[in-house]
Write a protein that binds this ligand. Sequence first.
Ligand SMILES: [Zn+2]
Length: 196
Amino acid sequence: MQPETVNSPASIISSKTHGGRIYPAGLLMRAYPDPALIKKCAPVDVIDSSLESIINDMRHLMKSLNGVGIAAPQVGILKRFFISGEKVIINPIIEETSKDRSTQSEGCLSIPGAFGNVTRPNSIKVRYYDLEGEEVNELLSGMEARIFQHEYDHLEGMLILHRMSMTHKLKAKSANKKYMKVYGDKMNQGIIFKKS
Ligand SMILES: [Zn+2]
């Protein structure tokens, strides 16, 4: 997930001082409408050093794009894990969601340039495994709950576009199209363009 406060589409597109950076080795950010983004992911069977190494690369990629969350299918891995803030989340389950909901603008690293309002429960009860293989039970609220739900959606093949009103969806899609027209080829070569 990408908060709207950083890298607003206008600043990215109009910036003349953007700098190109190469993605971490082996990882390519999948951009909408890549089919990997709409697939339901399979559970992680083994938590080992190769998973840890992929997660480290994903964290690097997420941070270099000013993201606050990144899910495995966004780099083409159809497995159930993601990073939410500083936390590594493996095989997550959302056990309960609060009745009170709020609406906030969200962006997605896989739909660069696009932002739009998404309504989600304010707090959630979750269960998952961490990188040490320990089961974690938590009650999340606020921004942390929002990021968790955004990334969890990715594991189900669900994107923010699927949760937006028609108006927001059309606006987001057109902003994404504009972005991809300018930076799409570079993105597909594994080069990030961001405001420097
Ligand atoms: Zn996303």
